[in-house]
Design a protein around this ligand. Structure first.
Ligand code: GKR
Ligand code: MG
Length: 419
């Protein structure tokens, strides 16, 4: 079997004004959809970031895959690495940690690897979870991912979610998400208001949801001292505290002084970060993300390594669509070490998707693992065409939460630490 064609399509979809330490989400979020087609007529799907620098790398890499065998992931990785060369692609928003050359290659490789696994699954008539060792759970639990937010983008009508700018608004948002999807864990994106206000919001969540594990993630907006104060104030309330302080050094200074484990998707984001993080005892939970940890197989290997060192696993997300949700679900379903509910932004997309409806759904806060061959999802070509046209027209070419926020509030600064 040989790869005959690779189609790379950037798409844009509406995104609410979600607030974070870097600023605020723009009205359009970007993704790139990958279709890998074989000479036997099988098509595999992948999904990744849409920022222009990354998209350019995706397009170059796509050309280098023609003629390769989708079974040969080593050859595919080598071709991607050669096409990336020595370049390092960075994110403007800075919310997923430092960029390195290895992380750049892993990010470009990931959607092609997922598409190849989709093809192999289709060829074998088996779900991708089977290619990763088989399901250890029939459904993958996700958390309600809460954000402070405005009622709508400035100058636009209010969106379907309403404003959430204080503890009562956050509790109301949690009720909406848990009511609609049945989530049994809750994560609050922090780093937006002074820590005392965010502590109050978490305490309000604890009161309203006494049984739900809770997490708080300020994206390294706090100093070491502030992180320790917040961690101690939330003793017994948080399942884990996510990226309170910057870098492995900052996290290692906080970890032994707070009562709960620290989690990260910022200071350990590529294999070369693992040895120093372990040496320094910086993290208790790694938020895995196959989009930058080199695809599903490499991510699965990373979980084995982490388990050896006593690091627990959960999963990180960014604004995404259904191909990513399907891939995350197969990976988490086939990975025993992912024991915490995974993050997903999908509810914020409010039904916009490139996959045909019907397969992916939340039941009691968990996504049942698709049981069709491969990822088990199909492209909705009409939806893809609409989102591709939205990309052409929307004018956004790279996610930039900070510039958008500054256009609304010129005094805003994304400096870290902010408190
Ligand atoms: O969507 O604003 C966002 C999040 O802040 C995202 O960009 C982060 O990468 O969800 C992520 C996180 O857990 O830090
Ligand atoms: Mg995070």
């Amino acid at each position: 079997m040989l790869i005959r064609d690779v189609v790379v399509t950037p798409v844009a979809f509406r995104d609410p004004p979600l607030l974070n330490a870097a600023g605020v989400h723009e009205p359009w979020a970007l993704r790139t959809i990958v279709e890998v087609v074989t000479d036997e007529g099988l098509t595999g799907l992948g999904e990744t970031y849409g920022d222009l620098g990354h998209l350019a790398k995706m397009r170059t890499a796509a050309r280098s895959l023609i003629g390769l065998d989708p079974f040969h992931r080593n050859a595919v990785y080598t071709a991607v690495a050669a096409s990336v060369g020595a370049d390092v692609v960075t994110d403007a928003h800075g919310l997923t940690g430092a960029s390195t050359r290895e992380k750049t290659v892993d990010r470009v490789f990931s959607p092609f690897e997922v598409a190849c696994l989709d093809i192999l699954g289709k060829a074998a008539g088996r779900p991708v979870a089977d290619l990763l060792g088989g399901k250890v759970r029939d459904a993958v639990p996700y958390s309600a991912y809460l954000f402070y937010k405005w009622a709508g983008h400035p100058g636009a009508p209010d969106d379907a979610f309403g404003a959430a700018l204080d503890p009562a608004g956050i509790v109301e948002q949690a009720r909406l998400f848990t009511g609609r999807y049945g989530f049994r864990s809750i994560k609050l994106k922090g780093g937006v208001f002074p820590p005392a206000q965010e502590i109050e919001a978490v305490q309000a969540l604890r009161e309203a949801f006494p049984e739900h594990p809770l997490r708080l993630d300020p994206n390294a907006a706090w100093s070491v001292e502030t992180s320790i104060e917040v961690g101690r104030a939330l003793d017994g309330v948080l399942e884990y505290l996510e990226d309170p302080a910057e870098g492995i050094d900052g996290m290692a200074a906080v970890a032994p002084r707070v009562p709960m484990p620290l989690a990260t998707n910022m200071c350990v984001v590529t294999p070369e970060h693992i040895p120093p993080a372990i040496r320094q005892g910086a993290v208790g939970v790694l938020l895995l993300d196959h989009h930058y940890w080199g695809g599903l197989v490499k991510s699965s290997h990373i979980t084995t390594l982490c388990s050896t060192f006593g690091i627990e696993l959960s999963m990180h997300s960014n604004s995404h669509l259904g191909i990513s949700l399907a891939a995350m679900t197969h990976l988490a379903a086939a990975t025993p070490a992912v024991t915490h509910a995974c993050d997903t932004h999908l509810p914020w997309q409010d039904g916009q998707d490139v996959v045909a409806p019907g397969v992916l759904r939340f039941v009691d806060g968990a996504v049942p693992v698709p049981d069709g061959p491969g990822l088990g999802v199909e492209l909705d070509r009409d939806a893809l065409a609409v989102m591709s046209e939205q990309y052409e027209k929307c004018g956004v070419r790279s996610r930039d939460d900070t510039s958008y926020m500054k256009s609304i509030d010129p005094s805003f600064s994304p400096r870290r630490p902010r408190w």
